[in-house]
Design a protein around this ligand. Structure first.
Ligand SMILES: [Fe+2]
Ligand SMILES: [Fe+2]
Length: 266
């Protein structure tokens, strides 16, 4: 698993992990982002159980385990935070923030480990980075794609972690951390957004928030990072994209009478 510091100023670092060539083929490639401020670390969407050992060994190159103070989860999917029990075993003091809607569901990832999940209300929350003076902000991103969903904005780096928004399913040999050419990157994002994003209105509400925030980077949980003018291109593309559409053959969704009869053993 590769890692890279993409912001490093005033005792504040943003580190990205990703592009793990050793990961099992059937596992979707994820990026894990974390912020270190005054030696305390906050993990954003720390990932699934399967990749926990690689994520842990890479993170501990930058920060001591006992200094991981905060975990935030953008939504409830297993690739986001199914590793939660493993993190809690190592860092029982860690504060875990997740969407209010998903508290009772994400608790299933605890596997009996004692934990306190702090709900992020629907309209967002300022989340302190441990005992430091730094905070990040949970920006509402509901229905993009999950019904209770947040992006996370760090005002010191001016970077936005966007979760599954802007996600791209890249070919295995594509190793660039940053998007090289937005137009040729669309092919890797389009199908994902059309199928996984249920609401054009929700995406447009999110782009309005992001245009107000004006981040310098947008960092998705899958795929490559958007910078500078690519952000404007990306937001414009999202605003026009038709999503929540079934693009398959309607006939294929219908069960034939023959299939029904087989299923019902008639
Ligand atoms: Fe997801
Ligand atoms: Fe995801």
């Amino acid at each position: 698993m590769k890692s890279e510091i993409i912001f490093n100023e005033r005792g504040h670092r943003w580190v990205v992990l990703g592009r793990d060539p050793q990961k099992p083929e059937q596992i979707i490639d994820t990026n894990e982002h974390f912020i270190i401020h005054d030696d305390q670390a906050l993990l954003m969407d720390p990932g699934g159980t399967e990749i926990f050992p690689q994520v842990l060994s890479e993170i501990t190159r930058y920060v001591k385990i006992e200094n991981i103070t905060t975990i935030v989860a953008s939504h409830q999917d297993p690739d986001i935070v199914s590793s939660l029990a493993l993190w809690l075993d190592l860092c029982p003091h860690v504060k875990v923030y997740c969407p209010k809607l998903w508290v009772g569901f994400i608790a299933h990832f605890g596997m009996g480990t004692k934990m306190e999940l702090i709900p992020i209300p629907d309209n967002g929350l300022s989340i302190p980075l441990g005992t430091t003076k730094a905070s990040i902000y949970a920006v509402p991103a509901h229905y993009c794609h999950s019904s209770g969903n947040f992006s996370f904005f760090d005002p010191i780096s001016n970077f936005l972690f966007s979760g599954d928004i802007g996600a791209a399913l890249l070919p295995a040999d594509e190793s660039n951390l940053f998007i090289q050419n937005f137009q040729s990157h669309i092919q890797y994002m389009e199908g994902f957004h059309q199928r996984w994003m249920p609401s054009q209105a929700a995406l447009r509400a999110w782009t309005r928030r992001v245009r107000m925030i004006q981040p310098d980077l947008i960092c998705p949980q899958h795929g490559s990072i958007f910078k500078q003018n690519q952000i404007d291109e990306f937001l414009g593309w999202l605003e026009k994209l038709e999503v929540g559409l079934w693009k398959g053959d309607d006939q294929e969704q219908e069960l034939s009478m023959e299939t029904w009869m087989q299923w019902k053993h008639i």
